[in-house]
Design a protein around this ligand. Structure first.
Ligand SMILES: C[S@@+](CC[C@H](N)C(=O)[O-])C[C@H]1O[C@@H](n2cnc3c(N)ncnc32)[C@H](O)[C@@H]1O
Length: 237
């Protein structure tokens, strides 16, 4: 039987391999659909690659001075974009559990000379972040990979301040993944079969205590695939 810790080890090894080899998941993954404008990507140094499936910083506006937390920050792209928006009075914390990702993110931060961004080693199911300290949580194509999504949303709720926003891009499903699809490690680490139908995903967000939880996206109109990229937003009351 594959335990949750075994799964996390496989996922972390997979992403360590990707950051040391590939330029971006968009080269290989069907789920990857991070449509950053070319000028945004051009403004970043080499090494700032995206493994995302959306652009969470564009879902809702970030304000100067806000504190932002990125769940599964990868090479840091969304953290760097958020840092521009919150400015020197704000702060951005990226959390990731893959050492090679954190190393790359820190190299990128140094190249950009940003001192309002920090990367922390940690599991998004048990965040190394103080309670009630964050204004906005971002996450791009990560929560689908977490075996215990209830824990992720409980932790997100804990660390947000009252009125804080959740702004997530993730893969969601049009139907539950089958047992066979879930056991397929390429589909799972490729950000597909670990996810949930959109309504179930949002239901878990609500169960953690969030209000105004909703998803937006374009589900496929045929049955050639059972996943799509969505934006999920909610507020801590
Ligand atoms: C598909 S990549 C997305 C990276 C980044 N958000 C982006 O858009 O480029 C998934 C990232 O989440 C991290 N990750 C997956 N599960 C995690 C967990 N339970 N806790 C912390 N990081 C996790 C991986 O190490 C990897 O960096």
């Amino acid at each position: 039987m594959t335990t949750s810790n075994d799964l996390k080890t496989v996922i972390s090894q997979e992403y360590a391999g990707r950051i040391s080899g590939a330029s971006s998941c968009c080269d290989t993954d069907e789920s990857c659909n991070a449509s950053y404008p070319v000028e945004v990507l051009d403004s970043m140094p080499e090494g700032v690659v995206s493994f995302g499936c959306g652009t969470p910083t564009t879902i809702g506006s970030l304000k100067p001075g806000e504190w932002v937390l990125d769940l599964g920050s990868g090479a840091g792209l969304d953290c760097f974009l958020a840092a521009r928006e919150v400015g020197p009075q704000g702060r951005v914390i990226g959390v990731d559990f893959t050492p090679a990702m954190l190393e790359r993110a820190n190299e990128n931060r140094e190249k950009l000379g940003l001192n309002n961004v920090e990367f922390r080693m940690g599991d998004i199911e048990s965040l190394p972040v103080e309670a009630n300290s964050i204004d906005v949580i971002l996450s791009n194509c990560v929560i689908n990979l977490a075996p215990d999504k209830d824990a992720v949303f409980r932790e997100a709720f804990r660390v947000l301040r009252s009125g804080g926003r959740l702004m997530v891009s993730d893969i969601v499903l049009t139907r539950p993944a089958t047992g066979e699809e879930i056991r397929d490690m390429a589909l799972l680490t490729g950000c597909i079969s670990g996810s949930l139908p959109a309504e179930e995903y949002v239901g878990k967000v609500e169960s953690a205590g969030f209000v105004d939880a909703r998803w937006a996206g374009d589900p496929p109109t045929d049955d050639t695939r059972f996943w799509f990229s969505a934006s999920i937003t909610a507020t801590k009351p």
